[in-house]
Design a protein around this ligand. Structure first.
Ligand code: GSH
Length: 214
């Protein structure tokens, strides 16, 4: 059985969501962040990357949610929620599977530059252009497609929602009326029963049950 090593208030909640969507069994181990808000030593000991999510599946220890989500969908989900290479939507699926990391890279550059950075500096300009471009791409995609990976809900949506909901706490752009297709998409996807259940179990407001300590 897959064990999800969940770091409290983190994007590892998307793996719980994936398992609930697929109806697969899993064990949840919960780790609290340290006082520095980073992963604690016992979490970092699981995998050299030390970032959440991490799963274990038998002897396999896997980090990086893009890899984990595709691995579970293909190896354990019979390909459900993935998009087949023969589909016309496959290139879109691949692109949107990377949205999470691409947007977070731009956001972290902005955070590192700090609030007093020269807005015309090369690094701030680079981050702003990338971030603006990604939101424009998102809005354009959702104006023509109900879901990022095509007409059906897929892992690309599971990969992307954290950026449009929880990442706001780190200063990500609010999804408001300036992004109407994206706003409607977030409302549609976050209404899914599996999403609601997963957020109750492991979302930002969830409380660790004592039995899940990692
Ligand atoms: N690209 C990685 C990003 C993982 C990531 O940055 N996770 C954060 C939590 S949202 C983390 O591990 N933070 C704690 C730390 O860096 O110590 C993925 O999607 O798995």
């Amino acid at each position: 059985m897959i064990t999800i090593h969940h770091l409290g208030v983190s994007q590892s909640d998307r793996i719980v969501w994936l398992m609930e969507e697929l109806g697969l069994p899993y064990e949840l181990k919960w780790y609290d962040r340290g006082e520095d808000f980073l992963a604690p030593p016992e979490y970092r000991a699981l995998h050299p990357a030390g970032t959440a999510p991490i799963i274990t599946d038998g002897d396999l220890v896997l980090a990086e949610s893009t890899a984990i989500v595709e691995y579970i969908a293909r190896r354990h989900g019979g390909g459900r929620l993935s998009v087949d290479p023969g589909s016309p939507d496959y290139p879109h699926y691949l692109f949107w599977m990377q949205f999470n990391n691409n947007l977070q890279s731009a956001l972290f550059v902005k955070l590192a530059a700090g609030p007093n950075a020269d807005p015309d500096s090369q690094i701030v300009t680079t981050a702003r252009r990338r971030e603006d471009g990604l939101y424009r791409a998102l809005e354009a995609r959702l104006a023509v497609s109900d879901y990022l990976g095509g007409p059906d809900f897929s892992c690309a949506d599971i990969m992307s929602i954290f950026n449009l909901t929880s990442l706001g706490m780190l200063g990500a752009r609010a999804i408001d009326d300036s992004l109407p297709a994206t706003k409607a998409y977030v409302e549609r996807v976050t209404a899914r029963p599996a999403y609601r259940k997963a957020m109750d179990i492991a979302g930002p407001a969830a409380v660790r049950p004592p039995s899940t300590a990692g």
